[in-house]
Design a protein around this ligand. Structure first.
Ligand code: SF4
Length: 291
């Protein structure tokens, strides 16, 4: 039986005291154990950011990639070995700033990746610049007069672009977040989880009390996750409003994942298929063609 302790290594996190990443880290390890996945049976792909150090602190297969390229690398890995679950872990800047382009296209392809975004509404590792989800008017290092831009509605973008699993968690609700991750791991295709994460150092206004007063569970209000328009209405509640819906906003298991439709993968994962080499003569012919 797999335990969350199997995911422990001896590297001590450098996160600040009170950082929401501790709760997310706990939830991920518990969810992976609950899903019965041993550390060698799952891949964690991260980008750049405080929370992207997650695979340094976890005993797991890991790819620590470039800023904003998390989903591109996770997609590549998934296509090379679609038999292994892939969890992408990165922050709001990595996911929706530098990685915004990859986000849209990963959503519409419906590739089987669990995309966990630690949304602390700020660039934290680089010491507090405003990000795509920073609230309008927030004073940061790069917005001394208050952020002028409208914050992104990532869940609404995902739903309108055809996402088949869209959820929101909260770093303080470890049990609830674990449940969401398990549901996302069992989902057929791309699964987005937007996690409300406290940054205790560079976004002190949005502290645990601030979230406690606003986050509510969709399951307490009779939300139907199969209703796409109801999900879109919920996705538009935040960041514009004062209430933050959490839980599964939208889920559709009727759509095939991208990798299910690739004929090449019908014979099994690419990594387990015979490695075909061309005769040397073919390469000489190619060189002549391009010379
Ligand atoms: Fe966490 Fe913020 Fe510290 Fe980064 S700067 S470790 S996000 S509290």
């Amino acid at each position: 039986m797999v335990s969350h302790r199997d995911y422990a290594n001896d590297v001590r996190p450098t996160w600040c005291p009170g950082c929401g990443n501790y709760g997310i880290w706990n939830a991920i390890k518990r969810a992976l154990a609950q899903a019965g996945l041993a550390p060698h049976e799952v891949m964690m792909v991260t980008g750049i950011g405080c929370g992207s150090k997650m695979n340094d602190y976890t005993h797991i297969n890991g790819l620590h990639t470039l800023h904003g390229r998390t989903l591109a690398l996770a997609s590549g890995f998934r296509l090379a070995n679609h038999e292994m679950p892939v969890i992408a872990v990165h922050g709001d800047g990595d996911a929706w700033g530098e990685g915004g382009n990859h986000f849209m296209h990963t959503v519409r392809r419906n590739i089987g990746i669990v995309d966990l975004v630690e949304n602390n509404h700020i660039y934290a590792l680089t010491k507090g610049q405003y990000s795509p989800t920073t609230h309008q008017g927030t004073v940061t290092k790069t917005s001394p007069q208050g952020a002028l831009e409208q914050p992104l509605y990532p869940l609404a973008v995902a739903i309108t672009q055809g996402a088949t699993f869209v959820a929101r968690g909260f770093s303080l609700d470890i049990a609830g977040l674990s449940e969401l991750i398990v549901a996302a791991l069992n989902h057929r295709g791309y699964a987005l989880i937007d996690v409300m994460q406290v940054c205790a150092t560079f976004n002190r206004r949005m502290n645990y009390d601030w979230y406690r007063q606003r986050v509510y569970k969709l399951s307490d209000e009779g939300h139907d996750p199969s209703d796409r328009m109801a999900a879109l209405a919920k996705a538009l509640e935040y960041p514009g409003g004062e209430r933050i819906p959490s839980g599964i906003l939208y889920q559709d298991e009727s759509q095939p994942a991208y990798e299910e439709q690739l004929a090449t993968l019908g014979a099994g994962a690419l990594i387990s298929q015979p490695y075909a080499t061309r005769p040397a003569a073919d390469y000489r012919q190619l060189v002549r063609e391009y010379a």
